[in-house]
Design a protein around this ligand. Sequence first.
Ligand code: PLP
Length: 391
Amino acid sequence: MEFGAANRIKKIPENFFAELDKQVATIGAENESVIDLSKGNPDIATPQHIALSLKEAVDKRENQRYTPFKGKISFRKSIQKFYQQQYGASVDVDKEIAVFHGAVVGINAVPQVLLNPGDYVITTDPCYPEYDTAIELAGGKIYKLPLLQANNYLPDYAQVPKEILARTKIILLNYPNNPTGATASASFFDRSLSFAHANKLLVVNDFAYASLGFYETPVSIMSRPGAKENALEIYTLSKTYSMAGWRIGFAVGNSSVVKSLNKYLAHGHSTVFGAVQDAAGTALESSQECVEEIRKKYQSRRDALIDGLKKINLEVADTRGTFFVWVRIPENYTSVSFAKLLLQGAHVAVAPGNGFGKYGEGYIRFSVVCGLEKIQEVLQRLRVLKVKEGF
Ligand SMILES: Cc1ncc(COP(=O)(O)O)c(C=O)c1O
């Protein structure tokens, strides 16, 4: 028997990255030559001391039971110390921290707890595609501000029409930014906070690439004055500590929002495995040398890729953060047709920019989630393809 999906499921698209997997599979299921740089799936191993901490934590009786709905107090204290040390931001362990299974859960939870039907979220175009579905599933509406190279890929709030602003509850940002690689300055966050304050909005910064800055340490919105009034920051250990499969993240910020989040998460997501929380606490509290090593690895790959792409005359944004490289495609192609050409002609999978929004058209995104040797192999294949296709 076939059961029809509910309207809310019918309305949302398939996960963009799951769709990319299907396209890669059409060429690469049994073809080992495909180099898949289409998704941001970290290839670097989780540092050993973190994995070891998990192994030990598994045997603890307290972790074999349900853990507290709000997250273990030990983990919340680790988060508190981490935010203090890294960003000079003080957060209350009871009122200003929510713990969940990775940033995607937090991204979906925030609209659920704040939006009534028809309320707006202002976000950017391009943006991480999960934002669209998170807002849609919560019955909200989306207003997108373009991210343009001319504005350093920062949104211009003056463009929001008054009637939309009156119905807006949330501004959803993501700096360092996927897919453009842009970073936000402290003054941009200050501008965002004062705009939010004046219009009674919550600014959410998805800080998924918190540790990946190449010119400066990325700014936490929680380090800015007024953040506790009008901001929430979503943090994940997926990229900072190469723990994407572990499913652990948290939010810090405005206490009224955290209270609603904790209520929603306790019903909708229950608790996070205590051993994962213990290991995540180890990650946050131990030496951060491993974070710098991971960052340096991504930087050397990014540098090599950008350098090589420029040499074949492709226009590449000088990304300031993340592990993405945002590349302008040659004329006479769309982002989909150029991505297809790279996949079929060079067995290199990249993400077409239009998957991140209409302002992503004209671009493709590489994730530098393979070693330097493979990056060189990608560049060699592109050089050969360029000669053949003449782009
Ligand atoms: C902007 C952004 N937010 C969130 C996530 C997902 O993070 P998590 O693994 O914690 O769910 C990603 C992953 O690629 C991302 O690019």
